[in-house]
Design a protein around this ligand. Structure first.
Ligand SMILES: [Zn+2]
Length: 394
């Protein structure tokens, strides 16, 4: 069988049943029902009682499924083309005598309102909403269900947090926590795209919640309208699977690092300044922590500014979305996370550079002899009181 042969010609040689007739025949029981699609399509929905034999395996595997060549075999695929070719192959080359294909495939079947077996845990609306995820073989329904069951905390609902939150919400992260004690300011709107002009003056967590809920009602938003400090951080991060660090100051970054290593929570960290950004994924004890990379914050005279620093608005989008991508990979268990690697992005030159970074065996937080840090000391080592906050731009 040449797959280049026009499908009309192939279909003219075989028997086709419309979905209603196929349904009746299946109900009568005496046939072998075969799904000739790929695994990820099967995972989305299939007919009850069918066996999956992907198109490329028909010649090798159909005999296992239908050993009796005179038995009735009914094939279907998505729209009826692959099953037509498989039926033709079976009759013209494999010696089967009584094969039919469902015209219009499972799509016509579902349009006719006939029942299918659908994956547990997802509603019809969710299957539609996330179909471009579930169609990815590497991702599938399992990957989507992992996202729907995951809890992600965004530290900062500002420059990095805004694009991250929007795309994580669109992707169907089940719970998004937002930590921010700030209100929307007109100067935020150049990059903090989750907020809107009419919400200037509204708390950022509330403004972000409004956008997220409008985008995707599947997402539970938890507002933490506060600043992370040593007294509340353990309690706040405890309930989350992954943390997105979009903090706008060094003390919070160090505090978050120290607490997340202790709680063994992965942190996807990014920072932006002017036209440059950097990104890394810190998974405690699998790779370095933030303090392995930056044992101490830069001295204030090298930090760009203690007040407002400039940043190209798009940088927040680029780096925030790279963070969202890392989160999705970690949650779904696909791809290679940015552990032990520091990604630098120079937007003026459009250049990405990757640096290898290692755990510091002497790291005071994740090193081999690191002492247990008392809660009262967490994030306060070294002493930041004298250090001016606000170098990276959130
Ligand atoms: Zn470390």
């Amino acid at each position: 069988m040449a797959t280049t042969e026009p499908i009309e010609l192939v279909r003219s040689r075989i028997e086709e049943l419309d979905p209603a007739d196929a349904h009746e025949e299946i109900a009568s029981g005496d046939l072998v029902l075969v799904d000739t699609r790929e695994q990820h399509e099967w995972d989305e929905a299939h007919l009850d009682g069918a066996t999956l034999v992907p198109p490329a395996s028909v010649a090798d595997r159909i005999e296992e499924v239908a050993p009796d060549r005179s038995a009735r075999v009914l094939l279907y695929c998505r729209v009826g083309n692959r099953s037509a070719r498989a039926a033709d192959l079976m009759e013209t080359e494999l010696g089967y005598e009584n094969v039919a294909s469902v015209a219009g495939g499972i799509e016509a079947w579902q349009q006719a309102g006939l029942p299918v077996v659908e994956p547990e845990g997802m509603t019809r609306e969710q299957r539609m909403r996330y179909s471009r995820h579930t169609l990815l073989p590497e991702f599938g329904v399992d990957g989507q269900l992992k996202l729907l069951h995951s809890k992600v905390l965004l530290v900062g609902a500002g420059g990095l947090g805004s694009p991250s939150a929007l795309y994580l919400a669109a992707a169907g992260i089940g719970t998004l926590g937002l930590v921010d004690d700030d209100e929307v300011d007109a100067s935020n709107l150049q990059r903090q795209v989750i907020h809107t002009t009419d919400r200037v003056g509204v708390p950022k967590t509330e403004s972000a919640r409004i956008s997220i809920e409008a985008l995707n009602p599947d997402v539970d938003v938890i507002e933490h309208r506060t600043r992370l400090d040593a007294d509340n951080i353990l309690e706040i991060i405890e309930g989350y699977d992954v943390i997105v660090d979009g903090a706008d100051n060094f003390p919070t970054r160090y505090l978050l690092n120290d607490a997340s290593v202790r709680m063994r929570k992965p942190v996807v960290s990014a920072s932006i300044l002017a036209f440059d950004g950097q990104l890394s994924t810190f998974v405690p004890y699998e790779g370095p922590c933030y303090r392995c990379l930056y044992p101490t914050p830069p001295p204030p005279e090298l930090a760009p500014s203690c007040g407002a620093a400039g940043v190209l608005g798009v940088m927040a989008g680029v780096m925030g979305l790279l963070q969202a991508n890392e989160v999705i990979k970690l949650v779904a268990g696909v791809g290679e996370p940015l552990i032990g690697r520091l990604l630098l992005y120079d937007s003026l030159g459009t250049r990405f550079t990757e640096l290898k970074v290692k755990r510091d065996p002497k790291c005071p937080i994740c090193g081999h002899d690191a002492p247990e840090i008392p809660e009262s000391e967490m994030g306060r080592f070294p002493d930041y009181d004298a250090f001016c906050a606000g170098t990276a731009v959130g």
